[in-house]
Write a protein of this length. Structure first.
Length: 683
C-alpha cells in the first residue's frame, strides 16, 4: 500500500588512518537482513571484502579518500549479492557524503532501505566485531518498519443518476496502532468521518486514511448509480419519435398536451414538451422543435443553436462543466439510407446563459460536387452530385466526470451546393418569399436570353411541394406569329429539394424538326408543371433564336452561385496565348563537354494556354449575370469540335460590367486552360 513507513538503516564509516587500528575496525561486520544476521569479513577471498591501504595511492591526500570509498564499495557489493541471492526487498545506496579532514579523519555514509513492508522480519540492524573506540562505524539512523494500512469499504450506489443518495462506509485494518483518521479529497461536510452519506453518483471519492503510527494509504472509491436517462428524438415534418435508454424501465411519457405515448404524428410546426419517467423516479424533460421543412445552401452558414434551458440559467450547478456535442451524418449514396458520420464529434462549451451555436456547412460542402452535363445531353437527369441528405445529432455533456447525455436527432435535411450573398443569406428572403413566389430555376440569368442554334443551354429545377412527378413544358413561337406547346420529358417519383438538370437548347429540344418553309422558330419558353399540367411548378424562361452567323463563337459552361450550370457565349474573335514557364541550370563545361548539349540544362517546361474571349454585344442584364461567371469555381470550355468540355478557370482581373460611354456594351474575359507539359494535338 502507498505511504506506509518502511524500515531504514543509515551507517557512517570513519576508519582510522593507523593501519593496525583500521585492521581491527574492518575485521568483521554483520548486517541483520530479513531477520537473519549476515557476516562479512575483510580479506582477499571471493566472499570477503578488500580494504585498500591509503599508501598504495601516489597522492596521499587522494589516497585517504579513495581507500575509504573503495573499501566501503567492496563491502556493499557483498551485501547486494546477499540481498539478490535471498530475494529480499532491500535497496542499498552508497557510499556517499564523503568528508575529508586531516584533523578529524575521513568518513562516508551508506544506507539500506526496505522497498516494501516485510512483516515482523522487516527491521534492519548492523554491528561491528571490534574492540576499538571509536569503532569506525556509526549508526546514524535506524527506523523500524510500520505495518501498512488496509482499507475495505461498503458502497451504497446512488439510486437515480445524479441524485445524492449514495453512501460509503470505510473499514480500515492492519495499522500498527489501530487508531485512524480520515481526510476526504472533496472536503466532506463533516471532516474526519469514516461514513459518508448523501453522495452523488456516478462519481469517484478519494480518502486518505492515516494510522496513529504514521502509516497512510489513499483509496479511490467509485459510487455508481442507475445509468443516466437519455432520450433520442427523431423528427420529420410532422412526426416525433422518442427513443429512451438508460435509467430503469419501463418508462412513462407525459406530453404537455396530456398525451402519454412515445410517438406523435400529424403535428404542426412548433415546440412540444414531454416528461419521461423511469421506474425509479428518474425524470427527463425534452423539448422538440418542429420546424417547416427546408434545404440549406452549402456555402452559407448552416447553424444549430442549442440551449440548456431556463432551469440551467436558474442553477448552473445542476449541470457542471456543461458542453454541447454535435455529430454530422451524411448519406454518401443518395436514397441508400446509409448515413455515415463525417468528421469527429464537434464540442463547444456553453456560455453563461447555457447556450452555444454550431456551424457545420464546411463539413458538408466538402462532400458535394458540381453537376456537369454530358455534351449533347437531351433528356432530364438527376443532378446527383449537387445535393445530399444529412442530419444532425446533438447532446449535452456535463458532470464532475463529464458524461454524454440524451441525444436528439434532427430530421433529414437536404444540402445543395451553392449560396447567396452575405445580405440575402442573413435576410432569409430566398426561403421566406423569393423561392415560394418565383419558383426560380437555379441560375441568375435573365428570363429572356438570345442564343444560337448550337449553343448548349440547361436549366436546373429544384423540386418543391413534393408533386410526385413533373413534366417539362415547351412553348415555341414561330415567325408567322403562331405558337405550339408540347410536353418534353420529365421525371417520376420525385422528392422535395431534389435538383434536376433540364437540357433546353435548340438542339436538345429538337426544334429544327418544327421548321417549315413558311415558319421559322423565333423563340421558345420552358417551364415545369405537374404530370396533369394543372399546376405550374417553376418560373418561365424564354430563349430567342439568334439567326446571325458568328464564325468565331465559343461557349463556356460555368457553375453558378445557385449550383446550376449556365452558358456564356463569346461571339467575338478569340485570341490564344500561352504562358511558358520553366527551370534551367547552367552546365559546367569541362574539357571534353558535349557541344550539342549547350551550356544550359532545361529541368522543367510548362505551358498554360490562355484563351482571350470577346463576348460581342451584351445586354445590361447579361453583363450583370456574368458576375456568376467571374465568381465561378468550375468553368468549362466547349471543345471547338463540340465533342467534350475542357476544364479551366477565369483569370482574376478587373472586368467591366457597366460603361455608359459605349452604345453597344461588350465584355472580354480570359480563360486559363490546364497546364501542359507535353503537346498533343486534338485526336
Amino acid at each position: 500500500m502507498a505511504n506506509e513507513r518502511y524500515t531504514k538503516l543509515v551507517v557512517r564509516v570513519s576508519w582510522d588512518i593507523i593501519s593496525s587500528i583500521r585492521g581491527d575496525q574492518t575485521q568483521q561486520v554483520q548486517f541483520k537482513l530479513g531477520g537473519v544476521w549476515e557476516t562479512y569479513r575483510r580479506g582477499g577471498n571471493a566472499d570477503e571484502y578488500v580494504v585498500p591501504d591509503p599508501t598504495d595511492y601516489p597522492d596521499r591526500t587522494e589516497g585517504y579518500r579513495l581507500y575509504l570509498m573503495e573499501g566501503v564499495a567492496n563491502l556493499l557489493k557483498l551485501v547486494r549479492q546477499t540481498i539478490a541471492r535471498r530475494g529480499l526487498a532491500y535497496q542499498v545506496t552508497g557510499p556517499y557524503n564523503y568528508v575529508g579532514d586531516p584533523n578529524l579523519g575521513n568518513s562516508v555514509d551508506f544506507d539500506i532501505v526496505a522497498s516494501q513492508y516485510l512483516g515482523a522480519e522487516s527491521d534492519l540492524n548492523f554491528r561491528a566485531s571490534t574492540s576499538q573506540v571509536p569503532s569506525g562505524w556509526t549508526i546514524l539512523s535506524q527506523v523500524n518498519g510500520v505495518r501498512p494500512v488496509f482499507v475495505d469499504y461498503d458502497v451504497t450506489p446512488a439510486l437515480v443518476y445524479g441524485s445524492a443518495t449514495g453512501a460509503i462506509t470505510l473499514r480500515p485494518s492492519n495499522g500498527t496502532v489501530g487508531i485512524y483518521t480520515y481526510s476526504w479529497a472533496d472536503q466532506a461536510p463533516t471532516p474526519g468521518i469514516e461514513r459518508r452519506t448523501q453522495l452523488v453518483g456516478p462519481a469517484t471519492y478519494t480518502v486518505l486514511v492515516t494510522d496513529a503510527s504514521g502509516a497512510t494509504t489513499t483509496v479511490p472509491i467509485r459510487v455508481g448509480s442507475d445509468p443516466r436517462l437519455e432520450v433520442t428524438t427523431i423528427t420529420t415534418d410532422s412526426d416525433i419519435t422518442l427513443l429512451v435508454r438508460g435509467g430503469v424501465g419501463p418508462y412513462t411519457y407525459l406530453w404537455a398536451d396530456g398525451k402519454t405515448t412515445a410517438n406523435r404524428t400529424g403535428l404542426k410546426a412548433g415546440k412540444y414538451y414531454c416528461t419521461i419517467t423511469d421506474s425509479h423516479g428518474a425524470t427527463v424533460e425534452v423539448e422538440v422543435n418542429l420546424v417547416p421543412n427546408r434545404f440549406y445552401w452549402s456555402r452559407n452558414p448552416i447553424l444549430l443553436a442549442l440551449d440548456a434551458g431556463e432551469a440551467y440559467r436558474l442553477d448552473p450547478t445542476t449541470k457542471p462543466n456543461l458542453t454541447f456535442l454535435v455529430d454530422v451524418f451524411l448519406e454518401l449514396e443518395y436514397l441508400s439510407g446509409d448515413f455515415v458520420q463525417i468528421g469527429t464529434s464537434l464540442e463547444q462549451p456553453a456560455d453563461r446563459q447555457g447556450r452555444t451555436t454550431f456551424q457545420v456547412e464546411g463539413l458538408l460542402d466538402a462532400f458535394l460536387e458540381w453537376h456537369v452535363p454530358q455534351v449533347g445531353a437531351s433528356t432530364p437527369e438527376l443532378a446527383g452530385p449537387l445535393f445530399r441528405r444529412f442530419y444532425l445529432q446533438h447532446a449535452e455533456q456535463f458532470g464532475q466526470e463529464p458524461v454524454r447525455g440524451a441525444t436528439t436527432t434532427l430530421e433529414h435535411k437536404y444540402v445543395v451546393r451553392g449560396g447567396l450573398n452575405f445580405y440575402e443569406s442573413q435576410a432569409l428572403t430566398w426561403f421566406q418569399s423569393y423561392q415560394p413566389a418565383q419558383l426560380p430555376f437555379l441560375t441568375w440569368e435573365p428570363n429572356a436570353k438570345y442564343v444560337l442554334a448550337d449553343q448548349p443551354e440547361y436549366l436546373y429545377y429544384m423540386v418543391l411541394g413534393a408533386p410526385g412527378n413533373f413534366r417539362t413544358m415547351v412553348r415555341v413561337g414561330f415567325s408567322d406569329h403562331t405558337s405550339q406547346v408540347f410536353i418534353r420529358q420529365g421525371a417520376d417519383d420525385v422528392r422535395n429539394y431534389e435538383v434536376y438538370c433540364l437540357p433546353v437548347s435548340y438542339q436538345a429540344l429538337e426544334l429544327a424538326s418544327l421548321v417549315t418553309a413558311t415558319q421559322q422558330v423565333v423563340w421558345w419558353e420552358v417551364y415545369v408543371t405537374t404530370d396533369d399540367q394543372a399546376t405550374v411548378l417553376s418560373e418561365t424562361r424564354r430563349f430567342y433564336l439568334n439567326a446571325r452567323r458568328f464564325p468565331h463563337r465559343r461557349y463556356l459552361l460555368f457553375a453558378t452561385s445557385l449550383g446550376g450550370m449556365a452558358t456564356y457565349a463569346a461571339l467575338g474573335e478569340t485570341q490564344l496565348d500561352v504562358e511558358v514557364k520553366g527551370d534551367e541550370t547552367a552546365l559546367s563545361l569541362g574539357p571534353s563537354y558535349d557541344v550539342l548539349a549547350g551550356d544550359v540544362a532545361v529541368n522543367e517546361r510548362t505551358l498554360r494556354p490562355v484563351v482571350k474571349l470577346a463576348a460581342g454585344p451584351r445586354s445590361q442584364g447579361q453583363l450583370v449575370a456574368s458576375q456568376d461567371l467571374l465568381l465561378s469555381r468550375r468553368v468549362l470550355l466547349l471543345h471547338e469540335r463540340g465533342q467534350r468540355w475542357l476544364p479551366g478557370f477565369i483569370k482574376t482581373k478587373t472586368v467591366t460590367l457597366l460603361d455608359e460611354s459605349k452604345q453597344v456594351p461588350t465584355q472580354e474575359v480570359e480563360f486559363y486552360l490546364t497546364t501542359e507539359r507535353f503537346h498533343t494535338p486534338s485526336l
